[in-house]
Write a protein that binds this ligand. Structure first.
Ligand SMILES: [Zn+2]
Length: 132
């Protein structure tokens, strides 16, 4: 067990995505959902990537999902796991799987969002296994 925490660079924040990071600062995961076709998406965009409608609204995500795929980076000073998490809302996010035994990560595992501080920027959402 290592006590070393990885450092995360500050994300790029533009006006289109600013509400996402404002919510992240409050510990809330937000997604964009299209009211024309009903699909949620991530990264947040003003124009729906599925049907090109501009009728997209912010919704609060449950912050829960399952690991779709992952990969453990070991040849670095602090090993870490990156992966894709499919949220309950049907959106798949590229993210990090954190605060867990990297050898115990499994595809299909239930995870929940946690927000990690960045260097000089808003926190970013990552995921950790749900304790049953
Ligand atoms: Zn749409």
């Amino acid at each position: 067990m290592t006590t070393t925490e990885r450092k995360y660079p500050a994300p790029q924040v533009n006006p289109e995505i600013k509400p996402f990071f404002d919510a992240a600062t409050q510990g809330t995961l937000m997604l964009k959902k299209c009211s024309a076709c009903g699909q949620a998406h991530h990264y947040p965009r003003a124009i729906c990537p599925f049907c090109a409608s501009n009728r997209t609204d912010w919704i609060t995500a449950s912050g829960r999902g399952t690991i779709y795929s992952y990969s453990v980076m070991r040849r670095v000073p602090v090993p870490y796991a990156i992966g894709y998490v499919t949220l309950e809302e049907g959106v798949t996010m590229m993210t990090n799987i954190v605060d867990c035994d990297l050898d115990a990560i499994r595809i299909g595992q239930r995870v929940k969002v946690v927000f990690k501080p960045t260097e000089g920027g808003p926190p970013v959402p990552m995921f950790t296994p749900e304790t049953s």
